[in-house]
Design a protein around this ligand. Structure first.
Ligand code: PMP
Length: 449
């Protein structure tokens, strides 16, 4: 049995004690708080690795929740961003590069006939929903259980799976993500379980003529990469067309990652509106709302409002131009997906040797690992997997130099740099083997107590 790993977090712990006096939970985003004595502060990242301020190295599979598609501090993208800096930032005017980037996006994603930029995933999806409402003249919208679309009131409703009884005949309750979200917003929201064809048809039968939009992540980047069946997304497409509802495919996480044209390209479904962010600029803040020309032309004076001071900032735009060029013209996406496949194979060898039942879902570039024979095909089925094993294993992995999300509902993300550095794979598999054994021992000890 490997010794329980010891990771020196003296400097991170001291930083936390100082930071918590000024920053709520000592961090800039709530999910970065991992406990008073386990919250780490980053010194820097390079390629597929991150170093904390104590000097501990990690192979990083969170990659900032997906943006670092090529790897941290990519020399090619950073050089482009420096050139973008020379342009001067933002002007409340347009630059030529906007068209260059928009043309690249349209070339890669056929549904993106017209393109507008925003700064974050949240902003892009907010604009997409506003656009759908403006175009249809309707207010209600449909969400899918397990989906996540950002931090704005309309999107912050979720199926409460933590308090839902597995096997019960009732639906999980629709609850807000935390406090501060007016309950009145809920009156406009509907939610349906993914891959339940009948429920989807019923939903459209009852509410179709009142819906402005259906929002779907066909690969649930915030729920273990659970996949929609392509036929389910095609049914959604048909029902949206029949009822005059805008199909919004949210590819903030999957876009320019699972393939050049995203999951919509793989599934062969054309949305009316689509959103991209994360991978499109290797971590520089920029996002996109794009879609059908007739719908997108609703962004006009007297139509739907869209804009923002920092929209199409010259640094982010230059980074996007170079990142998209690399993703479109080089084998980068293949390199990282191939790495993901080899990583899944390696993890399986370790788990199979210990007769631990498991499965994967999603795409090799962003996969979910489950301790269940078949992967869940919707959020309700996630409850049947042994996520407590995952959560404990993730805890040990952090100590052993691997960054993955502490919660099993976040997939593992690959970057090109992982695929170009064989030691990422060997270091990871060594750590996974140790973490699995420690987890087994942990649960054996717990059972014996
Ligand atoms: N949509 C999806 C599918 C996302 O994964 C996210 C972020 N995880 C968002 C929207 C919101 O993006 P951001 O955090 O950049 O606001």
């Amino acid at each position: 049995m490997p010794p329980v790993p010891h990771r020196d977090l003296t400097k991170s712990n001291a930083q936390f004690q100082r930071a918590v006096k000024k920053l709520p939970l000592g961090v800039a985003s709530t999910f970065r708080y991992w406990g008073d004595d386990r919250t780490i502060y980053v010194h820097h990242g390079k390629g597929g690795r991150t170093w904390d301020i104590d000097g501990n190295p990690y192979v990083d599979y969170r990659l900032g929740y997906g943006p670092a598609i090529l790897g941290y501090a990519d020399d090619r993208v950073d050089a482009a961003a420096r050139k973008g800096m020379e342009v001067g930032g933002v002007f409340a005017l347009s630059t030529e590069r906007e068209l260059i980037v928009a043309e690249r996006i349209s070339k890669m994603v056929p549904a993106a006939e017209l393109v507008r930029f925003s700064n974050s995933g949240t902003e892009a999806v907010m604009a997409a929903l506003r656009l759908a409402r403006a175009y249809t003249g309707r207010e209600q919208y449909l969400l899918v259980e397990g989906g996540y679309h950002g931090l704005f009131d309309a999107a912050m409703w979720m199926a409460n799976m933590d308090d839902w009884d597995l096997g019960s005949n009732t639906d999980p309750e629709l609850v807000p993500y935390g406090k501060g979200i007016p309950p009145t917003v809920k009156q406009l929201a509907h939610i349906t379980p993914m891959n339940d064809f009948q429920r989807l048809e019923d939903m459209f039968k009852r509410h179709g003529d009142k819906l402005a939009a259906m929002l779907i992540e066909p690969i649930q980047g915030n729920c273990c990469s659970i996949m929609a069946q392509p036929e389910y997304v095609r049914l959604a497409r048909e029902l949206c067309t029949k009822h005059g509802v805008m199909l919004i495919i949210d590819e903030v996480k999957s876009g320019f990652r699972v393939g050049k044209s995203g999951i919509q390209g793989i599934m062969g479904v054309t949305p009316d509106i689509t959103t991209f962010a994360k991978a499109m600029a290797n971590g520089y803040p920029i996002s996109v709302v794009a879609g059908r020309e007739e719908v997108m032309r609703t962004f006009r004076y007297g139509g739907a409002s869209h804009g923002g001071t920092y929209t199409a900032h010259s640094v982010s735009l230059a980074a996007a131009e170079e990142t998209l060029r690399i993703l479109d013209e080089t084998p980068a996406l293949h390199t990282l997906a191939n790495y993901g496949e080899r990583l899944m194979d390696g993890i399986s060898r370790i788990l199979n040797a210990r007769k631990i039942v498991h499965s994967y879902t999603g795409h090799p570039s962003m996969f979910g690992l489950f301790f269940a024979e078949t992967p869940p095909d919707n959020y309700r089925a996630w409850k049947t997997s042994d996520y407590t094993f995952y959560d404990q294993m993730a805890y040990f992995l952090h100590d052993l130099g691997i960054i993955c999300e502490p919660d099993s509902r976040e997939p593992w993300f690959m970057c090109e740099a992982h695929g170009l550095d064989e030691t990422c794979l060997t270091d990871t598999l060594k750590a996974v083997e140790a973490a699995v054994d420690l987890t087994l021992e942990h649960f054996e000890n717990e059972a014996a107590e």
